[in-house]
Design a protein around this ligand. Structure first.
Ligand code: P6P
Length: 338
């Protein structure tokens, strides 16, 4: 019988390799995974429960209509993290300010950022959505974490991951030593190792962007789309895929190769996607899988947010395609830097 490597077993084996291991990291990840299993169950049966689909009638700090599943996912993640002594504070897309945990507010060494449910607009139409998370370690303990402790470059993340709730539920993780994927076996109730070493194929199979925004794009972005649509060379078989859920589009490109871009434009030079709990974690994962991520000017992992919900342009995927975009931007006098 094939050996069942669960997420917890895999992380514990990895943690044992570090002499200062305390089991804290394994416990943290297993709690995150628990929350995602519950979210996966709720997503799978949302249509059957009239109190799960639809909007709450409220708007969040982003000014977006809040879906009932957003609230459920947010509350589930907060509840599993709140009792962990190694977690000091949480930054969520759904909450304006950071939350200090009950168990680890003074002693916790980890800071957690997450988008509890990315792709909310797709929930009610049965399209893949996901959870994105980032794990940071703070310098000092013995005091409450501050917002400034979160406003650090993405290169300081100690781990990042996501869970996509699609045809299957998959948990993808990096701790800085490559990328691994685990597929949920609902009968067993465990995430089982299914992708040992995820590497982004150097194939421009898809480009992924909301072309409906092209009316606002800078000339360099138009030139970029023109090159991706060229009938010759590397792009002659490239096609457009856009799910409208960032983590689903990035996950597809991680498996098949391609580039996703949500650029800055004349309407929003700073872009739409959030740095701390969308761009940074996905940039960490894609770099670890051999790809690149940028805001069009800087390496995404070098970007330091000026607020918990700071936004950024994001170009993420194969190296050649990210570099092409940045080179076109550098030659565009109309481009407005983020
Ligand atoms: P648009 C979902 O709301 C999200 O934050 C990302 O998951 C997704 O890539 C993007 O917004 C879609 O934005 O403007 O194309 O609908």
């Amino acid at each position: 019988m094939a050996q069942l490597i669960t997420l917890s077993r895999y992380v514990l084996q990895g943690e044992r390799a570090h002499e200062q291991a305390t089991g804290d990291f394994t416990l943290l990840l297993s709690h995150l995974a628990l929350a995602m299993k519950v979210v996966s169950r709720e997503v799978a049966r949302a249509g059957l429960l009239d109190d799960v689909l639809g909007k709450t009638g409220e708007t969040n700090v982003q000014g977006e209509a809040v879906a009932k599943l957003d609230v459920l996912a947010n509350e589930m993640l907060i509840s599993v993290l709140n009792d962990l002594p190694m977690v000091a504070a949480i930054a969520s897309e759904e909450d304006e300010h950071i939350r200090h945990t009950s168990a680890g507010r003074l002693t916790g060494k980890y800071l957690i950022c997450f988008d509890p449910l990315d792709g909310s607009s797709n929930i009610d139409v049965n399209v893949t959505i996901g959870t994105i998370f980032s794990i940071r370690r703070r310098d000092e303990t013995g005091c409450e974490a501050t917002e400034a402790d979160f406003l650090r470059p993405g290169s300081e993340q100690v781990a990042a991951g996501y869970c996509v709730y699609g045809s299957s539920t998959m948990f993808v993780l990096t701790t800085g030593d490559g990328v691994v994927g685990f597929t949920l076996d609902p009968q067993v109730g465990e995430f089982i190792l299914s992708h040992r070493n995820m590497r982004m194929p150097d194939l421009a199979t898809h480009w992924s962007a909301n072309a409906g925004n092209s009316r606002y794009w800078f000339p360099s972005t138009h030139r970029y789309m023109g090159q991706l649509n060229s009938a010759e060379g590397r792009y002659k078989h490239t096609s457009l895929r856009y799910v409208g859920t960032l983590v689903a589009d990035v996950h597809r490109n991680l498996l098949k190769g391609g580039v996703f871009f949500y650029p800055g434009d004349r309407r929003s030079p700073k872009g739409k996607l959030r740095i701390l709990y969308e761009a940074h974690p996905l940039a960490f994962i894609v770099e670890q899988a051999g790809g690149m991520a940028s805001d069009g000017v800087r390496r995404m992992l070098d970007v330091v947010p000026d607020g918990l919900h700071a936004r950024t342009p994001l170009i993420i995927g194969n190296n050649q395609e990210v570099e092409l975009y940045c080179n076109l931007v550098a030659a565009d006098p109309e481009f407005v830097a983020p």
